[in-house]
Design a protein around this ligand. Sequence first.
Ligand code: AGP
Length: 611
Amino acid sequence: MCGIVGYIGERQAYPIVVKGLKRLEYRGYDSAGVALIDEHLSVYKKKGKVADMEDAIVGQHLGGHVGIGHTRWATHGEPSDRNAHPHRSASGKLAMIHNGIIENYMAIKEELTQKGYHFSSDTDTEVLLNFIEDIRVNNACGLEEALRIALKRIVGAYCILLIDEDDPGTILAARKGSPLVIGIGKNEHFLASDASPIIEYTKEVVYVNDYQVAIVKKDELVLKNLGNEKVTPFITKLDMELAAIEKGGYDHFMLKEIHEQPATIFDCLRGRLLPEAGLIKMGGVEANIDALINAPRIIIVACGTSWHAGLVAEYLIEETCRIPVEVEYASEFRYRNPIIHPGDVIIAISQSGETADTLVALENAKEKGAFIFGIVNSVGSSIARLSHAGAYTHSGPEIGVASTKAFTGQLAVISMMALKMAAAKGTITTEKYTELLFELQAIPEKVATILKDTSHIEAIAEKYKDASDFLFLGRGYNFPVALEGALKLKEISYIHAEGYPAAEMKHGPIALVDENLPVVFVATRDRFYEKIVSNVQEIKARKGKVICVASEGDKVIPTMADDTMFVPDADELVGPLLSVIPLQLLSYYVGLKKGYDVDKPRNLAKSVTVE
Ligand code: AGP
């Protein structure tokens, strides 16, 4: 899940490409590089972050009106200068960048090696580049045709940008599986993995589809399929503002995005949640309400944090709609040859809308006749376009690798969807339905209350930052929240943390408990409260250090726990939207105090576009 940027036009390409790479650095930061054409083709690349590359090429010739740039998340070949992109072809005339994985590259490499090709890197990308060049030479055809021929032979996922020293007026681009957006300017075009490097120059974009090739000149954009047939580009207007992708005075995007949640949850509910009218307006749900409420089964497919939102959805939909729900890890579901019955509904949850495992799982399920409903944040993303219907979370661009505001956006959409379906199905009383509409409406303000003063959470982080392990426990709707808290801490602080249903402790994990193990309980007031209080006592009995998320006004928990983080009281069905906030902050502050890059944690990337 690398970041790809390209520019062709009348301006100098280098500054635009480098600025774009910095906007995409959350996609991967193992190495960075650019290729520019002025008189000649120049390629500069360096292990590390974009800034490291900039420092390394000060004083070099960086002129030219066409340029491509790459920030890498290593798959084939360790992070190093020689494995960094762009790669240069054997003739030295072509340069290419790639986001994705070519699965059959070893076979092609073998073929080319027998022809006398040598490779300076371990990457699949360099193999593909020389394969394209070899086809051009042997078939005596143009580069675009050679590219289309090569793409028909490879297996895997790709978004590639290709430039030729002998044709400085063209960028060739192609995608399958990995995202590509092209921004349309006046006598210039911008190419990128997502819209964030493009937004400050133009709001007119084209989302390139799978198996399409783009021939991009400064004043012309031609789209073709691999069969060399032209395709009319579909221009979309971006509804995103530049400010949305700036830090807005916060030290980190993660902290900014945590503090944005009162506004982003409000935006997600706006125009959809109408408690006074007893209504929930969701076009995608309304238009498909029969398919949704008559589904014999609902299968939720997702990864990571989105999978945790799926678990909350399971509890919510089963309780309010009485429809059986299964929550599947997309990476397992895609290969398990799952049984899909006619009428089964798949709900796909994804912030980026580009997660490869989720995307392919949906493609497989769609082929088997399932109805796909997407809950996505990134507008125009592949999962959004693949789904039969869906709902956006309207959380705005999420830059921090650790998902925060998108998670609460997903929970808000799922809550509205479940309640709307339950009302249509008649499986919820009007009183409870109305009560929950007002409970949801109150959430943004309650989140703002939690965020008013977070100094006590910062102090708790300081106290436990040197722990080597953590346990997170919850019951019912708070169990997925415990899993999410553990994931956030792992991602940001690199501390080993596990989430568990609290009652599961006695079946093994309690053996881990001693005076060195912090145990975080999500212990807000709900139908499991008494049970969770005894679970806290079990841990205290073994000298465990207990940190609790508790409901405001709770007089019992603070007497038992070593540390307590309060959240406003709320119905347990909407409770996860509140109880997760202190856990997001705890992980942020622990990571910060350990001196880690909380926006770009090691080994991670924001959007996992390779399997
Ligand atoms: C969460 O903080 C992580 N970034 C990761 O687990 C993420 O949730 C997962 O990769 C799924 O991403 P998606 O929602 O964009 O599909």
